[in-house]
Design a protein around this ligand. Sequence first.
Ligand SMILES: Cc1cc2nc3c(=O)[nH]c(=O)nc-3n(C[C@H](O)[C@H](O)[C@H](O)COP(=O)(O)OP(=O)(O)OC[C@H]3O[C@@H](n4cnc5c(N)ncnc54)[C@H](O)[C@@H]3O)c2cc1C
Length: 371
Amino acid sequence: MSFPFEALMACRAELEAEASANDAQAVFPTHGLARLRQLGVLSAALPLALGGCWPDAAPEAAAAGLLRLLQLVGQGSLALGRVVEGHVNALRLVSRYGTPAQYAALAADVRAGALLGVWVTDGARPVHMDQTAQGLILHGQKAFASGVGHVTRALVTARTQAGTTGMLLVAVGQGCVIHPSIGGLSGMRGAGTGQCDFEGLCVSPDSLIGQAGDYLRQPEFSAGAWRPMAVALGGIERLTTVLREQLAARGRAQAPAQLARIGHALIAAQTALGWTRKAALVATAQDRYDAGDIVATVNLARIAVERAGLDVIELVQRGLGLSAFIKTNVAERLTRDLATYLRQPAPDETLCEAAAWFMQRDLPPAAAALP
Ligand SMILES: Cc1cc2nc3c(=O)[nH]c(=O)nc-3n(C[C@H](O)[C@H](O)[C@H](O)COP(=O)(O)OP(=O)(O)OC[C@H]3O[C@@H](n4cnc5c(N)ncnc54)[C@H](O)[C@@H]3O)c2cc1C
């Protein structure tokens, strides 16, 4: 089955309208998620035999398709892009580290409508697990968990008694205490970012995915960052379009300074696309590249996309002026959403470690381009 990109492109305006309507009250976009589910977005990344869209024998074509999918969802709604990206990340981790039976069962759940998340960021009490006579018991809470109240199965990291990091696939339901808000994020208000308290939850040993330490295993741990980049790229492109449209509508697009802003925004969007494609390529062709090269290239790409996004936010705010700060202007929400989404973990470390790696060697050439 090929993915219906035309239909996804056609529903971007619907996603954007719902994101704007829901923003003030931070309501989760249930309608948009249902549309994406109906289009096959949630099962697209599965292997072909399990209901996915792209042949397993052509991983680069699959990566190009997934990049396009995440980019388009991001153009419509960064919040939904975040939720879809978390869902795809969970599938990827279980396919990589789970048993074939665990993956097949998860794929069946997804075909039946499950929404997945990856909840790693700990709350005040970091999540840990204890092996007891009663079974495996979880303690602690996750914070900044996207899609709380909507995610039905979450891949959760937890410290083991030995001090290592394990992964568990937990059915989010009875026994988990959901806090749907972390106190009012200014952007990405539709992503359902909240807390989940697992205190005392007893889970089956079958919930364990892979071996202790797998979650942090490189290059996979860093390589997967190309997917959030693809979502952010969509937001950068949408803001660039909004800048062009609004300047044209106000008869201001011909002023040389505004043309320069439009040019710089287009360059930033293209830069973000180029780096995201490079990151997706090296992350996908892991047999062709050194693990350190993959990690450092994806990390440089993360910072390049962040820089492009920050530049476009500034260009939009300076180009549109105060109107970019009026709540009824979509540019206002889009800049808030993008600024919030660009806050990814440890950016200083990401840049410095990548730079240090490439002090001794050149960036890997793109042996092939994404189709
Ligand atoms: C909308 C949204 C949804 C999210 N959804 C999820 C989710 O579903 N699951 C999940 O697990 N997480 C989620 N997160 C959390 C996300 O993955 C990151 O953990 C979070 O965004 C990190 O942001 P931060 O700016 O606080 O990062 P930090 O890493 O704290 O960085 C902040 C600044 O401090 C610097 N810094 C970092 N460490 C140090 C140090 N030791 N010493 C000095 N300086 C330091 C950084 O370089 C940076 O300049 C979400 C976040 C957002 C915004």
